[in-house]
Design a binder for this molecule. Structure first.
Ligand SMILES: Cc1cc2nc3c(=O)[nH]c(=O)nc-3n(C[C@H](O)[C@H](O)[C@H](O)COP(=O)(O)O)c2cc1C
Length: 359
């Protein structure tokens, strides 16, 4: 018997299922968001890697196929963020998501228009602050999650945040792929699950086939966290590119940063002195070395080699550990239908197994 999965999350976001498709740079494009939202999830457009013009075209593409609610992911410090926020208001998007260092002005502005604020946090210490800043929903991403990630495992982070009882819906994130996980998260007290890697590994994501094949081959024990790409802990598939980055020392990173920079600067339209000057300025403002800063500046291009150009060995593959457990590329419609059925079966089975004790 299929259950009706109405939770405070679905009520606030207006989606049918308590499942969020998270933002993933160059992956959560209008194509994926259209498919995930049509299938009942709440999808976020990965606008943190888009210009305002690209973002507007993508929002219009999503709206052209229906009226399912969706959200937009931004970084407070990206170029053109104010225009993107105004666009979100004009287009009446359902929610914005964000991570590190959100701007309180941005949060106030969108909240005033009734747009839900959905930060992702990776450590319990950030949960209370995020709610004080205006979060309407908290996505708690545990260490097994993909891309930039924290150190606390998913279930432990979830326990910590649920125990704080902060008065907003809490969403479990990091390592989810199926209805079993959704049932477990709901039983634990969460209001839903959020998934990145599982949605990237669908036939609806724009990720090139060669790169999807590399994800399908990934082993759960070989998807480590590295700080070598941009100085922040980021979980990625251990391919030859990441192995060589991991081995690079301080001077080695500087050389690599320079070589990559020379290779990419034409695409970026910057001169060598400009590239070195901006890396030097960034290095002085942060805890990073010049080599790390140059690598960080090149990170988007290295990621795009795999995620856009389809050269998985010449780029890096941000990924949750769950990629090691995924062996298929279903459509979003099939994925969400199976999640709904499986979660219903698990919860029904639990009820049948443990009937109410006699008084
Ligand atoms: C390929 C990839 C790209 C990502 N890019 C972003 C991003 O641009 N912004 C963001 O906030 N999170 C990004 N993330 C993190 C995801 O939104 C999500 O929080 C994470 O993947 C959840 O863990 P899971 O993969 O185990 O489901 C990315 C993750 C992956 C796998």
């Amino acid at each position: 018997m299929a259950l009706h999965f109405s939770t405070p999350l679905t009520e606030r976001l207006g989606c049918r299922l308590p499942v969020i498709q998270t933002a993933m740079g160059w992956v959560a494009t209008s194509k994926l968001v259209k498919a995930s939202t049509a299938a009942g999830a709440f999808g976020f457009l990965a606008a943190a890697v888009m210009s305002p013009e690209e973002c507007e075209a993508e929002i219009e593409a999503i709206k052209s196929v229906g009226s399912a609610p969706f959200g937009v992911n931004v970084h407070s410090f990206q170029t053109g963020v104010d225009r993107i926020i105004d666009m979100c208001i004009d287009h009446e998007v359902g929610a914005i998501s964000y991570g590190r260092a959100p701007s309180s002005k941005m949060i106030e502005k969108v909240k005033a228009k009734g747009i839900a604020c959905v930060p992702t946090i990776g450590a319990a210490k950030h949960a209370k602050k995020a709610v004080e800043l205006g979060a309407d929903i908290l996505v708690c991403q545990g260490a097994e999650g993909g891309g930039h990630t924290g150190a606390t495992p998913t279930w432990l982070l979830l326990a910590q945040v649920l125990e704080m009882d902060l008065g907003v819906p809490v969403v479990a994130c990091g390592g989810f792929k199926d209805g079993r996980g959704l049932a477990a998260a709901l039983a634990y007290g969460a209001d839903g699950t959020a998934m990145g890697t599982r949605f990237m590994m669908t036939s609806d994501s724009p990720t090139p086939e060669e790169t999807k094949t590399a994800y399908l081959a990934a082993d759960v024990t070989r998807i480590p966290v590295s700080v070598k790409l941009d100085g922040l802990p980021q979980r990625m598939v251990l391919n030859s590119k990441l192995e060589s980055l991991e081995k690079a020392s301080g001077p080695g990173l500087l050389v690599r940063g320079l070589i990559n920079g020379m290779r990419f600067r034409k695409e970026m339209g910057v001169t060598l002195p400009d590239m070195l000057k901006s890396a030097w300025t960034m290095a002085r403002k942060s805890d990073l070395t010049l080599g790390q800063t140059l690598m960080a500046a090149n990170a988007p291009m290295i990621i795009q080699n795999a995620m856009v150009k389809g050269h998985p060995d010449d780029g890096v593959l941000p990924s949750g550990q769950v990629a090691g457990l995924i062996n298929d590329l279903p459509s979003c419609a099939d994925l969400l239908a199976s999640i709904e059925v499986e979660a219903s079966e698990r919860l029904n089975a639990m009820q049948a197994k443990f009937p109410t004790a006699a008084e």
